[in-house]
Design a protein around this ligand. Structure first.
Ligand SMILES: C[S@@+](CC[C@H](N)C(=O)[O-])C[C@H]1O[C@@H](n2cnc3c(N)ncnc32)[C@H](O)[C@@H]1O
Length: 451
């Protein structure tokens, strides 16, 4: 099963190796055993008491490597050959995996990936907070492929070749890998890449398109094309024809403009969670994996166990992804969000579902002067961006409510957890969520309680 990938890996290594032959020709080849995987998905081994990171190698493997970078505390190895492959090594599904920087783990069986993600979070919590026996709960899993409902792809026009490239960035540089499909995307989104390539290539002014955003909605796929300069009516007609044939909603986004090009009358876009369709607009945040989002909301309900007389504070609320489902259990929910139009969307979503126990507040949660406006609550859910919620921690530490922290960046969770633990909270439950299988990203949620 793994042999073709190993052959391809070695071909790629040899090809890349030629470029850097001068730098590496003297370094000897070493056989090392790989015992771990970093959060960047690089294999970890040891040579002469020093850690060696080997991209492409997996735990349980013996690999031949050549040291390409030697630092004081670690070495960087280049994979030359796999002597003994891990039983969990698989052939990557995507033909673009070797160059495309969007996925890092397609050579590891999907079912194994989440174990390494949990191990990595456990190690960080152990190293920084000295937490050993944590109450890990069953991870929230996903389909390995065809799960992603939102993605942003780059577009470049190569003038000399008169060629359009659509793709994700390569690892470690800003080049785009040209792709014609992406198996992690929901199939209806992946199927748009080729028609978009054909349509953009047919534009008179093709160099002005720089980015494509693909989103799944209950109303069908949505394409947002970012452009540097307005397109003339002939070019707009080319794109409208493509959108009509592909039955997708098409938007054009300029620096300060966003217009719906197809269909003629702009639809209300929605996605569904807990049997409620939530309206969103194309620039709003929505969770990237619909199945995991539903499981995460279910888990939040199960862990918080809101009672009919209790109040919930939903911080970093987006368009009400948690607020609406959880409001069905609680007396009231106050949803707090920093982006004004998304606050309006929370109110609109509450109205269209006849829920009058949800209030929405626009507040910059990164401004400590404003936090006095937050009321006390029985439970608090926070789902901050990758940078976490450092500014909020002094205020949160003073609360007695149970706190559910949803984290899209483990290091932010670890840092913010320190403040809560120092204030007398303990972690009652914790889990990892495979929101983005095949990639290095790991999301998690932890329930903190004060005794
Ligand atoms: C990871 S998203 C979570 C959204 C929502 N909970 C969901 O599940 O869809 C983070 C949200 O925090 C909002 N946000 C980011 N920085 C903020 C700030 N300083 N104050 C308030 N909201 C902020 C973003 O606009 C975004 O909606």
């Amino acid at each position: 099963m793994a042999s073709s990938f190993i052959r391809k890996t070695i071909v790629a290594i040899v090809r890349n190796g030629r470029k850097s032959a001068k730098r590496t020709e003297k370094a000897p080849e070493l056989d090392i055993e790989i015992h771990g995987l970093t959060h960047e998905a690089h294999g970890v081994g040891r040579h002469e008491q020093k850690v060696v990171f080997v991209p492409g190698a997996l735990p349980g493997e013996t690999v031949s490597t050549r040291l390409v970078k030697q630092q004081r505390s670690f070495n960087q190895g280049q994979l030359i050959a796999i002597q003994q492959a891990s039983p969990h090594r698989v052939n990557p599904t995507c033909p673009h995996f070797e160059r495309c920087g969007a996925c890092q783990l397609q050579h590891l069986a999907t079912s194994e990936q989440i174990k390494y993600k949990q191990d990595n979070l456990q190690q960080q919590l152990q190293r920084h907070l000295k937490l050993e026996d944590l109450p890990w709960q069953t991870p929230i899993l996903s389909e390995g492929f065809g799960y992603r409902r939102r993605a942003r792809l780059g577009v470049r026009y190569r003038k000399q070749q008169d060629e359009i490239i659509i793709g994700f960035r390569e690892e470690g540089n800003s080049h785009l890998t040209a792709i014609d499909l992406c198996p992690v995307l929901e199939p209806q989104l992946s199927a748009l890449i080729q028609p978009l390539h054909t349509a953009i290539s047919a534009l008179a002014n093709k160099s002005v398109i720089t980015q494509i955003e693909l989103i799944s909605s209950d109303q069908g796929p949505v394409v947002v094309l970012r452009h540097l300069k307005p397109l003339d009516s002939t070019d707009q007609a080319v794109l409208q024809d493509m959108a009509q044939i592909q039955a997708c909603n098409l938007y054009l986004e300029g620096n300060d403009t966003l217009e719906c090009l197809y269909p003629e009358s702009e639809p209300v876009l929605t996605y569904t969670v807990s049997e409620m369709d939530l309206a969103f607009q194309v620039k709003d945040f929505i969770q990237g994996n619909g199945g995991v989002n539903q499981a995460m909301v279910n888990r939040a309900k199960e862990w918080l166990q809101l009672q009919p007389n209790e109040t919930l504070l939903d911080l970093f609320a987006g368009i009400g992804n948690f607020s609406l489902p959880l409001a069905k259990q609680a007396k009231t929910v106050l949803a707090v969000e920093g982006v004004g139009p998304m606050v309006e969307r929370i109110e609109y979503n509450a109205q269209r579902h006849d829920m009058n126990n949800i209030n929405a507040m626009a507040l910059n949660l990164d401004d400590e002067e404003l936090l006095f406006r937050l009321p006390k609550a029985d439970a608090i859910l926070l789902d901050p961006p990758r940078t976490g919620a450092a500014t909020l921690m002094p205020w949160l530490s003073k609360q007695t409510a149970r706190i559910l922290y949803v984290a899209c960046e483990p290091s932010s969770l670890v840092r913010d957890a320190q403040a809560l633990l120092d204030a007398g909270f303990r972690i009652e439950k914790i889990t990892v969520m495979d929101m983005f299988p095949q990639t290095k990203h790991v999301e998690s949620m932890a329930l903190f309680v004060k005794d």
